[in-house]
Design a protein around this ligand. Structure first.
Ligand code: IFM
Length: 446
């Protein structure tokens, strides 16, 4: 199987992605306030290896060399996120100029290197002071978010051609307020559904605000979507898959593209459903210019629980490798919704990499990327307007509740000395994106 860049449309974007809390470190520098992840990491037992983001990849200081590294990969774009508590340490009110200065330098640094900035406003680092007032369960947070979006868009303006409001609102609501694995670590479904609603409302309000400030930029949202397959043709299994799809995917897609919640799931949630005020759906379904899709795996659903196909392979996260799911997902959303251009804003895999003689032979990750880039191309062939693909992640980083125990990077980070080392997957990607006419061989074949 050979994949070529020329299999994709001419203007197709290839990039790499990261997020603020996962790489920046410098949590106490230049006026940054605490985020809910700073607090969460201090709570014993929350993070598997007891670590936090205080240093991470030290990107706050090493950003020029990191941008050089990205440029050396030959990619077109870099997807990054802005830390709200660097911009407004209390989540509202006074603006911290030093925080804005940092992201301005970063954006200008990308442009100087020929990299297109793809900015995400919220990748989970909510200012702690807002959490003290209820976080996303408090409707006011949606309006605070729109104010923060205004501040960022006013400073960075049209230099940033792509602004995403939220990254993965399923994670910042359900995983964080119901399942309790992410900050703030609550276990309350009613609170989680209120949080999800206010996140979507905040998204819509931010889009409304930014339309006037950056009329030439693309505005959108990033969802983590997971196709749900039934374990068999039995009616109960099909119903389980439909339910999983409803809670995970449609609960977020429908308010954005249909201006409503899916009726079957709304009924199933009973008294836990959120309060929806007049005008909320008009906000959540604001027209957007792109949809970001983060794809990692699928779910296989049976009436008595999820199934793990024994013939499949699994990543270090325990996630099934299932590239066909990406094609199926893209074709399906294109069929069921009127979607704007889609970007794969994250796709990648964690494996327990070993640094041997200055090299990291991450053959499984190479295979993962290869199959998923191919799956993306298959969706394009089937008529889906996919405009770009971003690998997760540029480099190893703080993997949330797993700390530094899971490595997703194409670039290996030695946390002892902050050295960056290109893994074989980075070299493979470099070859894919830079050699226009050549098929891509595995590094081992070079
Ligand atoms: O590391 C995360 C990222 O922050 C959001 N999407 C999934 C990745 C892997 O778990």
């Amino acid at each position: 199987m050979t994949i070529k860049r020329t299999d994709f449309p001419d203007n197709f974007i290839f990039g790499v992605a990261t997020s603020s809390y996962q790489i920046e470190g410098a949590t106490n520098e230049d006026g940054r306030g605490d985020s809910i992840w700073d607090t969460f990491c201090r709570e014993p037992g929350r993070i598997q290896d007891g670590t936090g983001g205080d240093v991470a990849c030290d990107h706050y200081h090493l950003w020029p060399q990191d941008l050089d590294l990205i440029q050396s990969l030959g990619v077109d774009a870099y997807r990054f996120s802005v830390a709200w508590p660097r911009i407004q340490p209390d989540g509202k009110g006074p603006v911290n100029q030093k925080g804005l200065d940092f992201y301005e330098r970063l954006v200008d640094g990308m442009l100087e290197r020929g990299l297109q900035p793809y900015l995400t406003l919220y990748h989970w680092d909510l200012p702690q002071t807002l959490q003290d007032e209820g976080g996303w369960v408090n409707r006011e947070t949606a309006y605070r978010f729109a104010e923060y979006a205004r501040v960022v868009a006013e400073r960075l303006g049209g230099r940033v051609r792509s602004y995403a409001t939220l990254n993965e609102p399923w994670c910042s609501s359900i995983l964080s307020y119901q399942i309790g694995e992410h900050a703030p670590g609550l276990q309350d479904r009613r609170a989680a559904l209120a949080a999800a609603h206010h996140l979507l409302l905040g998204h819509g309000e931010a889009v409304k605000v930014m339309r006037d400030i950056v009329p030439g930029s693309s505005l959108g949202i990033v969802l983590n979507l997971q196709p749900a397959y039934p374990a068999s043709d039995r009616e109960e299994d099909v119903a389980a898959a439909r339910f999983a799809d409803g809670t995970f995917n449609r609960w977020f897609l429908d308010p954005i593209f249909r201006g409503e919640y899916p009726a079957d799931i709304w009924d199933a949630y009973g008294e836990d459903v959120p309060t929806v005020q007049d005008g909320d759906f008009a906000a959540t379904s604001q027209p957007i210019d792109f949809l970001g899709v983060n794809y990692y795996s699928r779910s296989v659903n049976g009436a008595t629980g999820n199934v793990r196909p024994s013939e499949s392979s699994y990543t270090h996260m325990g996630w099934e490798v299932y590239p066909q799911g990406l094609t199926d997902l893209l074709v399906r959303i294109n069929h069921d919704y009127t979607v704007p251009p889609v970007y794969i804003t994250e796709n990648g895999a964690a494996y327990p990499d070993e640094l041997e003689g200055g090299r990291v032979h991450d053959a499984q990750r190479v295979e993962y990327f290869k199959a998923h880039v191919q799956a993306t191309s298959d969706a394009v062939q089937q008529g889906v307007n996919v405009a770009g693909y971003f690998a997760w992640s540029l480099m190893d980083n703080f993997e949330w509740a797993f700390g530094y125990s899971r490595r997703f990077g194409m670039v290996y980070v030695d946390y002892g000395n902050q050295q960056r080392i290109l893994k074989d997957s980075a070299k493979w990607y470099q070859t894919l994106v830079t050699r226009q006419d050549a098929g891509v061989a595995l590094p081992a074949d070079d």
